[in-house]
Write a protein that binds this ligand. Structure first.
Ligand code: 2NL
Length: 347
C-alpha cells in the first residue's frame, strides 16, 4: 500500500507542473482526490492495514493529499493571475477619455414664442384653454356671427370633413365653447393650430397657429379701455417697452367696434423703411368688443354682459420677433435653421 501511495504521489506531482492547463489540473484532482479517486480508494482499504502500521499509513495519506491540494492551489492561483494579466493588457481602459456627448434637445422656435406670449397673458390673470381642432359649423362660424354666405364658409377656403365637420379656421371655437359652459367673469386665452386652404408660401401655410383671447364681465366693467390696456401691455412686454402701439378701426363679423393693432416698425422704429413700406408701422393683431350676436349665441344676455376679444397669428409674430423672413423655415425642421434658436431663452 505504501508503494502504491508513493506511485500516486509521484505521478500526480509529475502531472501538476508549471505548464499544466486548467483541464489537466482538474483531471488530476478528480482522479486522485475525487469521490471515486485513488486516495479515497486507499482510505477505504485502511482496515486491511495491521493496527500497528495504521497511524503511519494514515499520516502518509494525509501528507500526500495535502501536498497535492497545495500544488493545485498554487497552479490555479498562477492561472488566475495570468488570465487577469492578459485581460488587463488586452482590454486597456482609459478613464480620462471624454464621454460620449448625448446631444440635448430644445424647444421649437414657434413653441418658444407661443410660450412667451401665453406667459404674458397668464401674468395678467388670463387662463389658458385648449380645445379641439375638428369643429362643427356652429362653433367655427355660426356662433361668431358669420353670415350664411360669407366667403370663409366656402370650399376653397376651409377644409370640410364628412358629417358637417371641418378643420377650425381660427381658435375662436375654443372661446365659444368656454362661454357656452361657464359664466363671466372670464379672462381666457386659446392657443392652437388652425387650417385654411392656402398654398404654402413665404407668408402663408395651410396649417398655422393662433392665440385668441377674450375678457367678459357684467356690462360697464370690461370696456374698450381694458382692450387697449391689455393689448398695449402685451405688445410692449413682448417687443420692448419703447414700442409705440396704434389702434386703427377695422371690421370683423364677431366684434363691434373692431380695431386692428399696429406697433412701430421693429426695423426702423417708425421712421419708414422698405419693410414697413415707409408707413413706420407693422400690423400685429385684430381685436374688438364682442358682437352682441356672439354673446347671444353662447347664451349671454348682451344687456348684462360685455367684453373684448382679440386674435393673432403665432407664425407672423414669430417671424417679426426672431427676424425670420420665410414662414416655411418653421415647418421644414432643417437643423441648420432650428439650431439658431437653441439658446433662445432670450426670445
Ligand atoms: C385677427 C383677428 C380677431 C377675435 C379675433 C373673437 C372671438 C370670439 C368673439 C369675438 Cl369668441 N371675437 N376673436 C376678435 C377680433 C379679432 O382676430 O386678425 N386674427 C389673426
Amino acid at each position: 500500500m505504501k508503494q502504491q501511495l508513493e506511485e500516486i504521489r509521484s505521478r500526480a506531482l509529475a502531472e501538476l507542473t508549471g505548464g499544466a492547463t486548467e483541464a489537466q489540473i482538474e483531471n488530476v484532482r478528480v482522479r486522485v482526490l475525487g469521490r471515486a479517486g485513488e486516495l479515497t480508494e486507499i482510505m477505504r482499504r485502511m482496515r486491511e492495514v495491521p493496527n500497528a502500521e495504521r497511524p503511519a499509513m494514515g499520516r502518509l495519506v494525509n501528507e500526500i493529499k495535502t501536498a497535492i491540494e497545495d500544488r493545485i492551489a498554487v497552479l490555479t492561483g498562477e492561472l488566475a493571475r495570468a488570465a487577469m494579466a492578459r485581460s488587463l493588457a488586452e482590454a486597456r481602459l482609459d478613464v480620462t477619455l471624454p464621454g460620449v456627448q448625448i446631444p440635448r434637445g430644445w424647444l421649437h422656435p414657434l413653441t418658444l414664442v407661443r410660450e412667451r406670449m401665453l406667459e404674458i397673458f397668464a401674468a395678467m390673470g388670463f387662463e389658458v384653454v385648449e380645445t379641439q381642432d375638428i369643429e362643427d359649423d356652429f362653433h367655427n362660424f355660426g356662433a361668431l356671427n358669420f353670415p350664411p354666405n360669407h366667403p370663409a364658409r366656402e370650399m376653397q377656403d376651409t377644409f370640410f370633413l364628412p358629417a358637417g365637420l371641418l378643420l377650425r379656421t381660427h381658435t375662436s371655437n375654443g372661446q365659444i365653447r368656454v362661454m357656452e359652459t361657464r359664466k363671466p367673469p372670464l379672462a381666457i386665452v386659446c392657443p392652437g393650430n388652425c387650417y385654411r386652404r392656402d398654398e404654402l408660401s413665404v407668408r402663408a401655410s395651410p396649417m398655422f397657429s393662433q392665440i385668441e383671447g377674450f375678457m367678459v364681465d357684467r356690462t360697464g366693467i370690461i370696456t374698450m379701455a381694458h382692450l387697449k390696456g391689455v393689448l398695449t401691455e402685451f405688445l410692449q412686454n413682448l417687443f420692448g417697452a419703447g414700442k409705440e402701439v396704434r389702434f386703427r378701426t377695422s371690421f370683423f363679423p364677431f366684434t363691434e367696434p373692431s380695431a386692428e393693432v399696429d406697433i412701430s416698425c421693429l426695423l426702423c422704429g417708425g421712421a419708414g423703411c422698405p419693410v414697413c413700406k415707409y408707413s413706420g408701422w407693422t400690423e400685429i393683431l385684430g381685436s374688438g368688443m364682442i358682437h352682441p350676436n356672439v354673446l347671444r349665441a353662447v347664451g349671454y344676455d348682451p344687456a348684462q354682459y360685455q367684453g373684448f376679444a382679440f386674435g393673432m397669428g403665432v407664425e407672423r409674430i414669430s417671424l417679426l420677433k426672431l427676424g425670420v423672413d420665410d414662414l416655411r423655415l418653421f415647418f421644414e425642421n432643417d437643423m441648420r435653421f432650428l439650431s439658431q434658436f437653441c439658446a433662445a431663452s432670450e426670445v
